[in-house]
Design a protein around this ligand. Sequence first.
Ligand code: GLP
Length: 249
Amino acid sequence: MKLIEVKDYQEMSRVAADYLLSKVKKSNKITLGLATGGTPQGLYQELINDHQENKTSYQHVSSFNLDEYIGLSGNHPNSYCHYMKENLFNHIDIPLENTHIPSGKAADLDGECQAYDEKIHSEGGIDLQVLGIGSNGHIGFNEPGTSFDSPTHIVELTPSTREANARYFDSIEEVPSHAITMGIASILKSKEILLLASGHSKQDAMKKLVEGKISEDFPASVLNRHSNVTVIADEEALALLKNHKLLTR
Ligand code: GLP
């Protein structure tokens, strides 16, 4: 795991955008894995700014999002489908038919999960997966205890995750209880992973990720088994780390 320490959220977003843009510009066809939440919003804004200023094209890019709430339709303002359109897709030239987000309204949710993994596979897999991290170590919506072998599946969200995400809803009661998420095995199949973390609320998680043991109790720890992971995290998120040998600036 390569760990890049940056000053703050803004620098994290800029460094992540440069990283991603270098891959997008170099390739004739690239499949991105995309995340939602507060963390990648700055990255997406940087991509939009770049698209407007430098006209970087996304015509050759396709994407798969990590997760979606069950029960929310794609045009619900709190759905991740809506988030992606608002925060990125509507502002760059990626063909919408190239973008994939699991449907939280599918009649056959198990079928939707299986079809999602098959679709990723049929597109040749994910070249670069962007990840955030939950304060309890969740990646996507893979909560503590999730099997490292899990494919895309349905999850019940923990109270702490529902609380953390309640800020986007009018009340915690409105936060869906379940979600569909790419599984840990699905995420690990990505050729490359870029994990972003910023701020005080991620300090414990970053310490466990870098210095803790690999355990299903802390889902992100599995990333230590992947051969191509880059973490870009700010000083605040890394404040509890003792092993500064890993850091490059
Ligand atoms: C959410 C998302 C994750 C995200 C995480 C952290 O529940 N499902 O994909 O990485 O929580 O969110 P944030 O970036 O807002 O801290």
